[in-house]
Design a protein around this ligand. Structure first.
Ligand SMILES: [Fe+2]
Length: 191
């Protein structure tokens, strides 16, 4: 790989994200243009990664580190570290999302909602796909896409997450496939 590509700060990423969002015609366009930026940032971790980003919350199963957000919470960038054999339940984001692998494999399961959304707090999900991604691999998710994450490796994994808006401010949901429930999904953010 071009050595130049390995230098990419979060500040440079954010500058590029601002340009993409101002130029893009729609969400699909944003996702297509953010993909290569996320990959470049993930592969340039020496430019921005700090040891403290390995920090995890044992109760939550993962650690969430905010690297950037705009004053109105737009363009939120997080480093997320996942404990072995832990993960996040099926959830949506309330905005577009692009996730890139930084270290270690992470399993992603994708779901589709199959109920008619007429009952508050009730949701039926059907699993549609599963994929494992590693360093430099990128997942782009439109608003409303539901996925669950699991680190099935024996070591802490790390991924870089970019959202159209900070997911603590989008009113997004988590889902329980067994009990068919939808509840608010609020994260614990590391200091
Ligand atoms: Fe997610």
């Amino acid at each position: 790989m071009d050595a130049e590509l390995k230098e990419y700060s979060i500040q440079s990423l954010v500058k590029d994200l601002r340009r993409v969002v101002s130029e893009a015609s729609d969400e699909r366009d944003i996702l297509n243009r953010v993909r290569p930026l996320a990959r470049r940032a993930a592969l340039s971790k020496d430019s921005w990664f700090e040891k403290r980003f390995y920090g995890t919350d044992p109760e939550q199963g993962f650690g969430v580190h905010l690297l950037h957000e705009e004053p109105d919470h737009a363009l939120a960038v997080f480093a997320v570290s996942w404990l072995p054999s832990r993960g996040a339940p099926p959830h949506d984001h309330g905005t577009w999302a692009v996730v890139a692998g930084v270290e270690g494999p992470e399993k992603n399961e994708f779901f589709e909602r199959v109920d008619d959304r007429s009952r508050s707090g009730y949701a039926e999900l059907k699993k549609i796909e599963e994929t494992v991604f590693g360093a430099g691999d990128v997942l782009a998710m439109r608003t409303g896409q539901i996925h669950g994450v699991r680190n099935e490796s024996g070591a802490v994994s790390v991924s870089l997450h970019i959202y159209g808006k900070n997911i603590q401010h989008t009113g997004r949901s988590r889902f329980d496939v067994e009990t068919r429930t939808e509840t608010p999904f609020v994260l614990k953010i590391e200091e």
